[in-house]
Design a protein around this ligand. Structure first.
Ligand code: HEM
Length: 163
């Protein structure tokens, strides 16, 4: 039973990772440049539609990542209790938690505060400024996501070769 819970949690953890971090990468490096190239000034309309469809997927991914992450942590022999930095694996996990917390805060700030503010803003100059901030926050989240993946790889090595 333990193996089934772990296998399914790992599968969902990795799938949610692919959807969230992969989605951010697709939007930044494929969708935005292509929309600008093809639609020019109308690129914002297409990106608005893409964001509207991606946001719920990112929300569910965050929930799945946190729930499966907690399960994977609870079942891991290296885990020595919340806040207990008994080894380098736990220390790496805490660093990962901090980055994931910042990523989730940025994601929900963009979705719940910035997006409605951009929609309400009349003046073109202020709207452009807020849209630039929103795009820069996506870039920040991409960089944090890559660092979380690096920490996850380090944890995996520490787990497999330190026990
Ligand atoms: C953006 C968020 C996250 C991403 C991208 C992510 C990514 C990953 C990846 C790729 C692995 C597999 C590493 C491997 O086996 O090679 C992993 C494992 C793991 N993750 Fe996450 N994760 C995230 C958030 C979390 C959170 C919030 C927790 C805890 C609540 C967590 C706990 C774990 C644990 C315990 C493992 C197993 C580590 C091991 O093999 O020793 N992760 N994660």
């Amino acid at each position: 039973m333990r193996e089934i819970i772990l296998a399914v949690s790992y599968w969902l953890h990795l799938t949610a990772t692919v959807v969230w971090i992969g989605g951010i990468a697709f939007i930044l490096f494929i969708a935005i440049p292509s929309a600008k190239q093809v639609l020019g000034a109308d690129a914002g309309k297409l990106m608005g539609e893409i964001s509207k469809r991606f946001t719920p997927m990112a929300n569910y991914s965050i929930i799945f990542i946190v729930v499966t992450g907690a399960i994977l942590t609870g079942f891991n022999r290296q885990f020595s209790g919340i806040g207990n930095v008994g080894n380098s694996w736990s220390l790496t996990l805490i660093m990962k938690h901090v980055l994931v917390f910042v990523m989730a805060a940025v994601h929900f700030y963009r979705g719940l505060v910035l997006a409605p503010k951009i929609a309400r803003t009349e003046t073109v100059s202020e709207k452009t400024l807020l849209q630039k901030l929103s795009l820069n926050l996506v870039k920040v989240n991409f960089c944090l996501g890559v660092m979380v993946l690096l920490l996850s790889g380090i944890m995996s090595v520490l787990f497999r070769y330190n026990t």
